[in-house]
Design a protein around this ligand. Structure first.
Ligand code: ADP
Length: 447
């Protein structure tokens, strides 16, 4: 087992990983920018190293500073959290070259899944169902027209290097195709430095359902069930739940089995998430994330298994603590992402939190790095905490969520808490009857 883990992240996820390390008796080092000197994870870590000024590229994305911090402190492993360097293959390779363990998959697996065209090709080869579309990059309009004609309109043009929902354009008819292709390519080039794009069938009313998988490092793969993340705004997840209200036990076991086998065949090691769109009983692969997800706690709630413990075990060569047959699903869990944003316009609302009070009681978990008197720096994303609620079934979970939201107090800044208080009383949400467009339509109506 590792002696000392360096946590290369900030905010709630840095604290989340730190807690797992403490439970496992592993020493912790955190790195932070000058803007985060007062952060909770910095206060609670055994050691901390300031690695640079506020902008991420000069601190949390600065590979050389992070490697130097490992060497100074003698850390033998790095947990990257999510975002920042968590899906950076070069970072994984550089750590390996320094004999420091990257708590995540190999650089090669990160590279394959980071290129969406290559990821889709690999998924197809592994027997995972994919969205119909082009086999590779599409450059000229003639080819685009031919493929779109074959799969039928509407189609979506997506950046191979894409992420965060950027570089995607929908074409409803052949007349839209040329402009969509050009815009997607120039946006992809500007955002990612790579203008390769591909085409796939645009699904009109899908749900976003993702499967949590793990490779144990010895060639075996398991799945921890699915999460439904269909409630999104601008392709950003807002509310996540497990299990999906849309799946039955047979579908869950089937897609879980396909994913677990694919992970084993790939020789993948560590945590991963295979994301699908789901429509009319069919799953369509869209991408795989080779890291821990923001929404992992809903899976932890229904399985009772600490996924960060498992990541650390697998990376240290100790394998998983469970086999597929040990993973049982119990009850229902919902996560609300609480952002420091205006609940109507979603503009960021940084500033000082004058008062912070979190709900408690059975089935409640709050993952947050903030506290009363904490000043939210304006440089990073606006997630200030996650409320995760567990109940024996979805109805109990929703009742508990409603009262937990009533108890939650964040004063001094605007947050998205009022949005969740609205959602929890909505009939469609109560019935689990929503797709990936539901939230944006709802927000448009409220305006
Ligand atoms: P990113 O990596 O940028 O997040 P994804 O491929 O994961 O891109 O897609 C993000 C979101 O875009 C999905 O959750 C879904 O809402 C929408 N989307 C992607 N592909 C399609 C498609 N073929 N049809 C309909 N919506 C799609």
């Amino acid at each position: 087992m590792f002696q000392k883990i360096l946590i290369a992240n900030r905010g709630e996820i840095a604290l989340r990983v730190l807690r797992a390390c403490k439970e496992l008796g592993i020493q912790t080092v955190v790195v932070h920018s000058t803007a985060d000197a007062d952060a909770m994870h910095v206060r609670l870590a055994d050691e901390s190293v300031c690695i640079g000024p506020p902008p991420s590229r000069d601190s949390y994305l600065n590979i050389h500073q992070i490697v130097a911090a490992c060497e100074i402190t003698g850390a033998d492993a790095v947990h990257p959290g999510y975002g920042f360097l968590s899906e950076n293959a070069k970072f994984a390779d550089i750590l390996a070259a320094h004999n420091i363990t990257f708590i995540g998959p190999s650089g090669d697996h990160i590279r394959i899944m980071g290129d969406k065209i290559e990821a889709k090709r690999t998924a197809k080869r592994l027997g995972i169902p994919v969205v119909p579309g082009s086999d590779g990059a599409v450059t000229d309009e003639k080819e685009a027209r031919r493929i779109a004609g074959e799969i039928g309109y509407p189609v979506i043009i997506k950046a191979s290097a894409g992420g965060g929902g950027r570089g995607m354009k929908v074409a409803h008819t052949e007349a839209d195709l040329e402009v969509a292709l050009q815009t997607a390519r120039s946006e992809a080039g500007a955002a990612f430095g790579d203008d390769a794009v591909y085409i796939e069938k645009y699904l009109e009313k899908p749900r976003h359902i993702e499967v949590q998988v793990f490779g144990d490092g010895f060639g075996r793969g398991v799945h921890f069930g699915e999460r439904d993340c269909s409630l999104q705004r601008r392709h950003q997840k807002v509310w996540e739940e497990a299990p999906s209200p849309a799946l039955n036990a047979e579908e869950r076991a089937r897609i879980g089995g396909v994913c677990a086998k694919a992970i084993a065949d790939l020789g993948y090691s560590g945590a991963g998430t295979i994301e699908f769109l789901y429509e009319n009983g069919e799953f369509y692969f869209i991408e795989m994330n080779t890291r821990l997800q923001v929404e992992h706690p809903v899976t932890e709630a229904i399985t009772g298994i600490d996924l960060v413990h498992e990541q650390i075990r697998v990376a240290s060569g100790g394998g998983l603590s469970v086999k597929q047959e040990d993973i049982k699903f119990n009850g229902h869990a919902i996560e609300c992402r609480i952002n420091a944003e205006d609940p109507r316009t979603f503009t960021p609302s940084p500033g000082t939190i004058s008062h912070f009070h979190t709900p408690g009681g059975l089935g409640i978990r709050v993952d947050s790095g903030v506290y009363s008197g904490y000043k939210i720096p304006p440089y990073y994303d606006s997630l200030i905490g996650k409320l995760i609620v567990h109940g024996r079934n979805r109805v109990e979970c929703m009742m508990r969520l409603r009262r937990a939201l009533d108890e939650f107090v964040v004063d001094g800044i605007k947050t998205t808490l009022p949005l969740f208080r609205d959602l929890v009383g909505n009939a469609d949400i109560a019935n689990g009857d929503y797709d990936i467009h539901w939230l944006e339509k709802y927000l448009a109506k409220e305006e």
